[in-house]
Design a protein around this ligand. Structure first.
Ligand code: ZN
Length: 112
């Protein structure tokens, strides 16, 4: 027992280094996805809110003008500062714009 402890006094061995790197790697595999996950979820949540805003503002546009905003929205309702003072939002997930289905008057796609 004393002899084996004395033998370990040589410092850090390659095996110690490999073990340390493996432990750091395992911890990184567990932690990194958790750090990236909320950001992706936040983008999806923001897209969901954007969809709701686009549909609500389009319904308001319809009430005021007795016609649905024309496609593409960025040139009709998106250009009107009364409805979107900061301009029509774009999807934070894929960077595309929002548009309405001409028959259902709901946002097309963005089912992230
Ligand atoms: Zn989206």
């Amino acid at each position: 027992m004393i002899r084996s402890l004395a033998g370990r006094r040589g410092g850090i061995t390659l095996l110690d280094m490999v073990a340390a790197v493996m432990i750091i790697g395992i911890v990184a595999i567990m932690v990194v996805p958790r750090m990236l996950g909320p950001s992706q979820n936040a983008k999806r949540d923001t897209c969901h809110v954007n969809r709701g805003n686009v549909e609500t503002q389009s319904q308001l546009w319809f009430r005021n003008k007795a016609a649905w905003p024309s496609s593409p929205l960025v040139d009709s309702i998106g250009a009107d500062v009364q409805y979107f003072p900061d301009g029509l939002p774009t999807c934070p997930v894929d960077g595309t714009t929002y548009d309405l289905d001409p028959s259902t008057h709901q946002v097309i796609g963005h089912d992230h």
